[in-house]
Design a binder for this molecule. Structure first.
Ligand SMILES: [Zn+2]
Length: 253
């Protein structure tokens, strides 16, 4: 993560959140594939439509609130959510852009959640929400030119594989932006509130602590993903990663 650029404005925020994650844990495609077909057939399993030459599955349910997007399951090329709306919550950039947009169902849930947090004395802010396939492509290609693909993949996501492209993911910080999208955010009162209450509003902490080998990402206390209240409740109560909930990896360990 290029954290040094973080506070330099909208573009810097955009760049620093290229992957929305730090170091990549090594999980191999076979870790996912060997469990196919999953014992419990999930919507995501049914909708895998193709496998590209890079070993990436393209999901056929990109509009589902349960769509799985990770290092091995990608959105269709040039996917754009059917509808995106500006989220009416404070963002640390202070400016409206695609980064302050989400799909309506997620935007509304986020607004309600932020209001509830405020009532509890916890003031939240958005850091970065939607990111287009086009923007991710430009960004990723820039990093590949600078550092080569192998290194770029350790801090940036291949186009189509960033969950932010779904319009269902958002990075959240405290209102002052301190520790935004950094591991230290996990120590804050805001992170504690989110961990305790996000599921009530349909969000999960998408990259939980201890699930790095399942999600492929380090713990990110700030990256929320909308999956709907029922799924969020079950995922959170059972301590699952989304991959496990969808039956994409073994849950026997
Ligand atoms: Zn994120």
């Amino acid at each position: 993560m290029k954290a040094n650029m973080f506070y330099a404005g909208v573009i810097a925020v955009f760049l620093s959140l290229a992957a929305c994650s730090g170091t990549v844990h090594q999980i191999k495609p076979t870790d996912v594939q060997k469990n196919k077909p999953a014992a419990q057939t999930s919507p995501a399993v049914k909708t895998v439509s193709s496998l590209s030459h890079k070993g990436l599955y393209t999901v056929a349910n990109p509009d589902s609130t349960l769509v799985l997007v990770n290092k091995y399951f990608k959105l269709p090329d040039n996917y754009v959510p059917k509808q995106l709306v500006s989220v009416n919550v404070p963002f640390i950039t202070g400016e409206k852009s695609e980064l302050t947009e989400m799909r309506p169902v997620a935007a509304k849930a986020l607004e309600i959640m932020f209001a509830a947090a405020k009532k509890d004395g916890v003031q939240l802010a958005g850091v970065s929400a939607y990111r287009s396939y086009k923007s991710q492509t430009t960004l990723f290609n820039t990093y590949v030119r600078e550092d080569g693909e192998k290194k770029a993949l350790t801090y940036s996501a291949r186009p189509g594989t960033s969950e932010h492209e779904t319009g269902l993911a958002v990075d959240v910080s405290g209102i002052n932006g301190q520790y935004a999208a950094t591991p230290a955010f996990a120590t804050t009162a805001e992170a504690a509130w989110l961990a305790a209450h996000a599921a009530e509003y349909g969000f999960i902490i998408r990259y939980p602590k201890g699930k790095e080998s399942v999600t492929g990402y380090e713990y990110e206390a700030w990256h929320l993903r909308y999956v709907g209240p029922a799924a969020a409740k079950e995922i959170t109560e059972k301590g699952l990663a989304l991959e496990e909930y969808l039956g994409k990896v073994s849950v026997t360990h």
